[in-house]
Design a protein around this ligand. Structure first.
Ligand code: FAD
Length: 405
């Protein structure tokens, strides 16, 4: 017989959406258990960006100062190297936020920081190495989850189950939700190359005739993301490692002496990119948020922001009622209603970026600049638009001061 626990809210997944939702609900005095399948937060790359709107939220939570003491880099302007020309793409310095920059911080540090603070609330529990494998139903109502743990099977009954288990959500699948897929023409190859002191400063991306290399500064190494056509990894492997190393050098010549570090395909990881969205994010007893409700592409680096804002909306709309007892499906629909249109617009923008910027038309002219980048170069004021889109998003959520009674 599985071990059994009972709580008010159980959250599947300890990513940005799950940990933030857990933190806020526990802060409001709601008994909450977060289940994370991994033993720690060092998992597949899912982005390192902490956006000005998230930093604003950290301020509202009284955590900003301590947060900024953690190792991070502050990027006030995003630049791209497009067919050899440096173009400033987004200028964060005029945003109406306290922090006018994106903080680059490894996601595991961010999640460790937030979960450490969540543990200060007596109603918060984080169970690592607990993988949700199924939902429990009472007729049509979801009343809990089954999890696989190092010590056997565990059943947790709860008034509300939140699915925050990301793009390959078990919760979403078991709930039988219908998903709309939006074709994505790209995947990403992911690898590290060591960094030298005299390397250029971090620049967001190197675009070249419909191809893209992203370099993220991780102190002593570059975390590299190489965008390839979807399903194109086998062809790249077929051309051989030396050719692949040359491709990287073609984007960032300063890496020439270090690409030999990529001497085995096992050092190059394939990250598949998807964009999709659930028609219904909830049913009786269950709500999906973050990538579990709407998988985001890395384009624009906005998925973490959106996941966090879903979590804030969830706490703002549900915590008060949850503190007293169960919530109705109409309450859950309010979360979807609030978060659906920003999600639709941002996903629409990501589809546009894939089609027009990343895999846009190629040109024979060595130094041609796609029209979008030309506009940004000619009219610097336009750089505030991507800055707002990336840095704040379309419906920023603010923490409504809920605290345990
Ligand atoms: C290659 C790539 C790069 C990206 N780069 C960026 C970026 O730079 N900036 C940005 O803002 N966004 C980026 N994104 C998008 C971003 O990663 C997501 O939108 C964001 O992580 C969503 O957060 P989440 O909490 O909903 O899901 P996730 O971050 O996926 O977290 C889900 C969590 O649930 C856990 N889990 C999964 N299944 C179970 C289970 N059955 N039981 C228990 N736990 C489970 C996982 O281990 C994970 O910890 C990127 C996406 C990709 C694919």
């Amino acid at each position: 017989m599985p071990e059994k626990l009972q709580t008010r809210c159980v959250i599947a997944g300890g990513g940005p959406a799950g940990i933030m939702a857990g933190y806020l609900l526990a802060r409001a005095g709601v008994p909450v258990i977060v289940l994370e399948k991994h033993a720690d937060f060092f998992r597949d790359f899912r982005g390192d960006t902490i956006h000005p709107s998230t930093l604003e939220l950290m301020h509202e939570l009284g955590l900003l100062e301590e947060f900024l003491e953690q190792p991070h880099q502050e990027v006030r302007e995003l630049r791209a190297v497009v067919n050899g020309q440096v173009v400033a793409v987004a200028d964060f310095t005029r945003l109406p936020t306290r922090c006018k920059f994106i903080a680059f911080m490894p996601q595991w540090d961010f999640l460790n920081f937030l979960s450490m603070h969540a543990k200060e609330f007596p109603s918060f529990q984080l169970l690592m190495q607990h993988e949700v494998v199924d939902l429990t139903f009472d007729r049509r109502r979801v009343i809990g989850v089954h999890a696989k743990t190092p010590s056997g099977e565990l059943e947790i009954r709860a008034d509300l189950v939140i699915g925050a288990d990301g793009r390959n959500s078990v919760v979403q699948a078991r709930a039988g939700f219908e998903r709309q897929e939006f074709g994505v023409p790209i995947d990403v190859l992911w690898m590290r190359i060591s960094k030298k002191q005299d390397d250029p400063q971090q620049s967001f991306g190197f675009f070249q005739h419909g191809k893209l290399l992203v370099l993220l500064d991780r102190g002593d190494y570059w975390q590299c993301g190489f965008v390839i056509p979807k399903g194109g990894f086998d062809e790249i492997k077929g051309r051989g490692l030396p050719q692949f190393q040359n491709d990287i050098v073609g984007f960032a010549g300063f890496l020439r002496d270090r690409v030999p570090e990529l001497d085995d395909w096992s050092k190059i990881k394939l990250l598949t990119v998807q964009i999709n969205r659930l028609r219904d994010w909830c049913r009786d007893g269950l709500l999906c948020i973050g990538d579990s409700a709407h998988a985001m592409s890395p384009a624009g680096g906005v998925g973490i922001n959106l996941a966090i804002q879903d979590a804030v909306a969830t706490a703002n709309l549900l915590a008060e009622k949850l503190r007293r007892g169960p919530v109705s499906v109409d309450d859950l629909r309010k979360v979807q209603a609030r978060r659906k249109w920003p999600t639709r617009l941002i996903q629409g923008m990501q589809v546009f970026i894939h089609r027009r910027v990343v895999t846009g038309r190629t040109s024979d002219r060595e130094e041609s600049l796609p029209f979008v980048f030309r506009l940004l170069k000619w009219f610097p004021v336009l750089r505030q638009i991507p800055a707002r889109f990336i840095g704040i998003g379309l419906r920023p959520e603010h923490f409504h001061s809920l605290s345990a009674e």
